[in-house]
Design a binder for this molecule. Structure first.
Ligand code: FES
Length: 102
C-alpha cells in the first residue's frame, strides 16, 4: 500500500450494496462476495465492460447519489477521487446505497 492511504477494506469491508437504477426504476441488492458489475449483469442490466480489473474504464457508470469506494487503480490513487462515477467491476460503496444513472 502506498503512503499513508487508508485501506478501504479495513474501513468498511465488503457488505451488501443496494443499487438504485434511476432511469430503469429498478433496485438491486448486490451481496457480499459479488462485484457490482456482476450484480448488474445477473439482474439483466446491459452494461459494457472489458478488463474487469478497473483499468480500461469501459464499465464506468455515473453515480447520482451515494459515496463510491474506488478500488480501481486510477481513481483509488487520487487524493480526491470523484464522487460522481464508479467502475463497478472492482469498486464498491462506502454508503449502503448507490444511485446510478442507469
Ligand atoms: S471493465 Fe475495465 S474498468 Fe471495469
Amino acid at each position: 500500500m502506498e503512503g499513508d492511504a487508508v485501506n478501504p477494506e479495513n474501513v468498511c469491508g465488503d457488505r451488501p450494496v443496494t443499487l438504485r437504477l434511476a432511469r430503469k426504476g429498478k433496485v438491486i441488492v448486490v451481496p457480499v462476495g459479488q462485484s457490482l458489475l456482476s450484480g448488474l449483469i445477473d439482474a439483466k442490466v446491459r452494461v459494457r465492460f472489458a478488463c474487469t480489473s478497473g483499468t480500461c474504464g469501459s464499465c464506468e457508470l455515473k453515480v447520482l447519489a451515494g459515496t463510491p469506494l474506488h478500488r480501481d487503480p486510477i481513481y483509488a490513487a487520487r487524493a480526491t477521487p470523484p464522487l460522481d462515477r464508479i467502475r463497478p467491476c472492482v469498486s464498491r460503496s462506502l454508503s449502503d446505497e448507490l444511485t446510478l444513472d442507469l
